[in-house]
Design a protein around this ligand. Sequence first.
Ligand SMILES: Cc1cc2nc3c(=O)[nH]c(=O)nc-3n(C[C@H](O)[C@H](O)[C@H](O)COP(=O)(O)OP(=O)(O)OC[C@H]3O[C@@H](n4cnc5c(N)ncnc54)[C@H](O)[C@@H]3O)c2cc1C
Length: 475
Amino acid sequence: VAGGEAEVVEELRRLLPGRVTSDPAILAIYSREASGAEGRPWAVVLPESPEEVSRLLAHAYKREYPVYPQGSATSLAGSAAPLDGGVVLSLERMRAVKAVSVEDYTVDVEPGVRLAEVNLALASTPLFFPVDPGSVRVATVGGAIASGAGGMMGARYGSMRDWVLGLTIVLPDERGSIVRVGCRTLKCRQGLDLVRLIVGSEGTLAVVVEATLRLAPRPEATPTILAFFPREEDALEAALDVRRRGMDALLLEYMDEETARLAAEARKAQVTVEGHMLLASVASTRESRGRHLAELEEIARRRGATRIYRAASLEAAEEKGLLDIRRGLFAGQVLAGRRRFPGRRIHVLVEDVAVPPSRLAEAASMIRAAAAEAGLPLGLGGHVGDGNLHPSIAFPLDDPKAAEAARRLHEEIARIALRLGGTVSAEHGIGVEKRGLLRMELEALGGVEALRLMRGIKRVFDPKGILNPGKVIPP
Ligand SMILES: Cc1cc2nc3c(=O)[nH]c(=O)nc-3n(C[C@H](O)[C@H](O)[C@H](O)COP(=O)(O)OP(=O)(O)OC[C@H]3O[C@@H](n4cnc5c(N)ncnc54)[C@H](O)[C@@H]3O)c2cc1C
């Protein structure tokens, strides 16, 4: 950058007084994301309005430096970390829930609102926002939109792309153009669908400064069980039985025994882990609740469950601590790695493949065989209701052989998913970590030309390549 980074930061301070910090202790906080990916930004900018975001992006365009949009930096894909100097653009101060419409089933929010806060704002209505990643208490609306996040209720409610109606975005162009795309209505044919393009674009095309989200009515009843099985395939088959019977699954969450045990420990869960875990909850009515609860229990018993906890609703399950273990998946995966390699610095790769649910048991056994061949410990969990598995591979950073074996296993797991008709990333995104896998997937599907289209789209939105550079699109 002409004049150097210090000059850019000085200019920014004049442009956005009170919104810029370059204190090294503060920079450290914004340098690193949950996946462990980290960089060294020159400054963090904390705008409080779309106009301030616009001013920053116009300046970055003129001076040609990287800008990294960030919500809470809980990304597991290497998508939020500032890997190449430049400026972190944190949306955390834009945190208002602006309007709720109970008739329209919509809520208008600023990007820094945390997902859990959206639901707090809806507490007195019959509606809720159903995308609930494990990180729901900290992850922001902007971050979830940009990473195309999914959650525990993906079986019924899909992921962010199904719940965003309209967006206000700021472009990294000469003026920092502020553009509204999408509608306030469920049906909307506004030419090419730019809303869907922005959802999941991981901050590489535009900055989201406001969103109109769709809401859902809360299911009347949500009978829930937490069951433990001696055999992994039985737990997975039980999840499939819920689907086979056409029950309206809200939540079908799996964790292998070791991960469940350590997650329970990390979350201090009041539940005895006694095998591989399946958490199952279905949407029901007041009248059918008892019958559905009994049906869930029967499915689990038939598949050999030895311990079953039950709750009349998800709220009751929460109170009994039945959801704690599943919320601790990531913590359990990290703890499993630490136990395996005591006293050493480790890295945990959390995979994010999805397969058609009918292929889940096959996928699990193929992934386990690949891990055994690589000689690496493997943790397994995921949102099995929508076929999404999160195998985790831990390895010590001081062992180059193990690191290489982990990289090969990471690729093999992706190949297995593709062979079974799946995808390499269901919800975490591509970031820098899965760019190679994205290429692999497109090659396998005969879609490699899509990379040319993606590069072209990136150039149209971001002609100077300053917004979250190096992410998503393989070189
Ligand atoms: C414990 C744990 C559990 C998790 N569970 C899940 C899960 O169940 N499902 C799931 O999908 N993910 C999960 N994740 C991953 C992550 O939490 C989600 O992707 C989340 O939505 C990211 O939100 P964030 O605010 O932290 O975004 P960040 O990590 O800050 O950013 C994510 C991406 O969005 C971009 N971005 C952020 N804000 C904006 C904006 N306003 N405009 C444009 N781009 C922006 C960033 O540049 C980056 O590319 C989990 C992570 C952890 C640590």
